[in-house]
Design a protein around this ligand. Structure first.
Ligand code: 9MR
Length: 355
């Protein structure tokens, strides 16, 4: 068979997509800048308010994930409503730009609407939980590549590998809350990849190492129970002042891959609030942390999915939350506030070249 170069391959797949769906064919100049497997999170409000954001995502990315639109508060204003229109608008954006979309998130200890907390007993909570997962996953069947089914199940500073986060869901459903979520999602869409997702496990700090060990133990436990889990998410909200635990992380990734799971980087960004120095000095350290992270993860195979939590420093969740002592803006993402690429984007390019 004739070997296609990357440019022809991308064009070929875009042409097929355009022919097979209502998606528009994108200009060649745009498609060749894309990093295969790279994606970014965005909110619909930001996409609507600033055309540069959608332009940046469609220039560099092959996938997108909604920040808020699939979480309970936005999707479920009350017990009877599924407000799909916000996430649908992001899905339309994805289709028009030949991007895939992943889902975040079905179950979280955080962002649970008041109406759910006021349900009359545990049976009612279980009905709402199963109904939510079943309805949402069924609605997006064949439209998403993967779902973060359970988000952040491990507490910070776990005391043992068996430690799990005590959540509203645990209080009503006990230990079943995690297996039940995966089994319900798998029944609703047998072909979408089901991921678990966790933060603060990447760096070389005792509490992070303990959290990684508890995450490993939970994953192993779920697989032992035959739970349909396909991918492990490393959120990778990195802290620029902390070194990546390259050996420990590489071992963890190698092991979960040996269990047949994929590894996704799901929410990468680098908080530089504790770094001093000029913007370019800080950008170099940020890029180094990302390089170390992706080097560790790719020792046992390519990283086929890398998402950053936003793409431009202008639209980061940290803005307003994290304040540098010198009052300079944080620089956590691959593009600066004016949408210019930083060394972070080159590192993404380096690790997505051969994916
Ligand atoms: O970036 C998100 C922020 O805008 C929301 O207010 C917050 C609560 O919904 O969630 C943030 O995203 C989080 C993600 O869903 C899970 N991992 C941590 C992310 C940053 O806090």
């Amino acid at each position: 068979m004739m070997k296609l170069d990357r440019r022809e391959f991308i064009l070929g797949s875009a042409a097929t997509l355009a022919a097979g769906t209502s998606a528009s064919a994108l200009p060649v100049s745009k498609l060749v800048q894309r990093h295969p497997g790279y994606g970014a999170a965005a909110t619909l409000l930001d996409l609507q308010a600033d055309p540069r954001l959608g332009e940046a995502i469609s220039t560099y990315c092959t996938q997108v994930v909604p920040v808020q639109e699939l979480k309970w508060p936005m999707l479920r204003p009350d017990a009877h409503t599924f407000a799909f229109e916000h996430a649908d608008a992001i899905h339309d954006f994805a289709q028009k730009n030949d991007l895939t979309m992943r889902g975040h998130t079905l179950v979280w200890y955080y962002d649970i609407p008041d109406w759910t907390k006021q349900l009359k007993d545990s049976k009612a909570v279980e009905r709402a939980y199963v109904d939510h997962i079943n309805t949402v996953v069924s609605y997006y069947k064949d439209k998403l590549t993967s779902w973060d089914v359970v988000n952040e199940p491990i507490p910070d500073n776990p005391k043992s590998v068996k430690d799990r986060r005590d959540t509203f869901w645990t209080q009503h459903l006990g230990d079943r809350w995690i297996p039940l979520a995966y089994r319900t999602a798998a029944a609703a869409d047998p072909s979408v990849k089901l991921a678990i997702n966790e933060y603060d496990i990447e760096s070389a700090k005792d509490s992070f190492i303990a959290k990684r060990a508890a995450y490993r133990n939970l994953i192993m436990d779920l697989l032992d129970q035959g739970v349909p889990l396909h991918a492990v998410g490393l959120q990778s909200h990195l802290h620029a002042e902390l070194e990546i635990d390259t050996h420990g992380l590489a071992d963890f990734v190698t092991e979960v891959r040996s269990w047949g799971l994929e590894v996704f980087v799901t929410e990468l960004d680098v908080n530089d609030e504790k770094l001093t120095g000029s913007p370019s000095e800080r950008d170099a350290i940020v890029a180094k942390r990302v390089d170390d992270l992706l080097t560790a993860i790719s020792t046992s195979g390519p990283v086929r999915s890398i998402l950053t939590w936003g793409i431009s420093d202008r639209y980061s969740w940290m803005n307003g939350l994290v304040k540098r002592p010198d009052k300079q803006p944080n620089r956590p993402l691959p593009l600066d506030g004016e949408f210019k690429p930083k060394p972070f984007m080159d590192v993404i390019g380096k690790f997505t070249k051969d994916v």
